[in-house]
Write a protein that binds this ligand. Structure first.
Ligand SMILES: *[C@@H]1O[C@H](CO)[C@@H](O)[C@H](O)[C@H]1NC(C)=O
Length: 287
């Protein structure tokens, strides 16, 4: 058989049977310090070629993602090895190794959540602060196709501004400061904050002063369990970029011009100038 014809047949059968070409996620670290991305595949979804690695400042790594993948990606900070065991001060996955190997992030952690090729063939994605916050993160599709394709994320450094009762404080290189910000659910265990028990429906679970702290600073991110309407984004047939410690102003300028139909701004300008005093060294939000 003509090899071109064979190739044609292979390509057409794979597209007919719905085996679409995998997406690529490009992870970029714009933090001042090394971060260690962690990747967790959801139940019944394919494993990724890596579940965790070090990403030095200014570096990027592309990861090919299988069609239909769902899972989470986060950034671990302030990591090191002691007695042969690797661990991180924030968002640790408890594996004792750089690879998370199927374990998730210990809260608080900013989470990027994906479900690829879902309903209507759309990819669903969001940035969630429901399990707290440890790093500014930004997600955006490479192409604007079908489904809105909005950029989302939490671009503000909240570790310094975090309310005292939620703040996780640590010492790094002799400096003491906030390294993460807990969710009210995790900090107080109150079903009202966790949307549990008597508060387990969208009607009975309302935003709290704490979830509003996150929502005001990061209008497009998930701030509590039923924050779906303004926090879930969709796109199709595209690759994605995920940035740790994005520059809020640059990102807003570049991505804010996209016609993505999102009702909320990517960055709340009134909260852009909160000082960064935390030791993990995210760039502070200055112009
Ligand atoms: C921006 O933040 C202020 C206070 O921090 C808040 O009142 C306002 O609603 C926020 N805007 C958005 C779009 O979230």
């Amino acid at each position: 058989m003509d090899p071109h014809l064979l190739l044609f047949l292979l390509l057409s059968t794979s597209s007919l049977s719905g085996i679409e070409s995998a997406a690529t996620f490009k992870l970029t670290n714009l933090c001042r310090q090394t971060i260690w991305p962690g990747l967790l595949s959801g139940a019944n979804t394919a494993q990724l070629p890596t579940t965790g690695f070090a990403l030095r400042p200014g570096k990027s790594r592309a990861i090919s993602i299988p069609s239909g993948w769902s899972g989470r990606i986060w950034g671990r900070t302030l990591c090191g090895t002691a007695d042969g065991k690797f661990s991180c001060l924030t968002a640790d996955c408890g594996s004792g190794k750089v690879e998370c190997g199927g374990s998730g992030a210990k809260p608080p952690a900013t989470l990027v959540e994906f479900t690829l090729n879902g309903a209507d063939g759309l990819d669903f994605y969001d940035v969630s602060l429901v399990d707290g916050y440890n790093l500014p993160m930004l997600v955006f599709p490479q192409k604007v196709t079908r489904g809105g394709c909005g950029a989302t994320g939490c671009l503000i450094d909240l570790n310094g501004a975090c309310p005292k009762e939620l703040k996780v404080v640590a010492r790094d290189k002799g400096r003491v400061g906030g390294v993460a910000c807990r969710s009210a659910c995790e900090a107080f265990g109150d079903p009202r904050f966790c949307c549990a028990d008597a508060y387990s429906t969208p009607e009975t679970c309302s935003p709290s002063v704490y979830s509003l702290f996150f929502k005001y600073a990061c209008p497009r991110s998930y701030s509590y369990a039923y924050d779906d309407k303004t926090s879930t984004y969709t796109c199709a047939n595209t690759d994605y970029t995920i940035v740790f410690c994005p520059r809020p102003y640059t990102s807003q300028e570049v991505l804010g011009r996209r016609k993505d139909g999102a009702s909320l701004p990517l960055v709340n300008k009134t909260s852009m100038y909160w000082p960064s005093r935390h030791p993990n060294g995210a760039f502070s939000s200055v112009r």
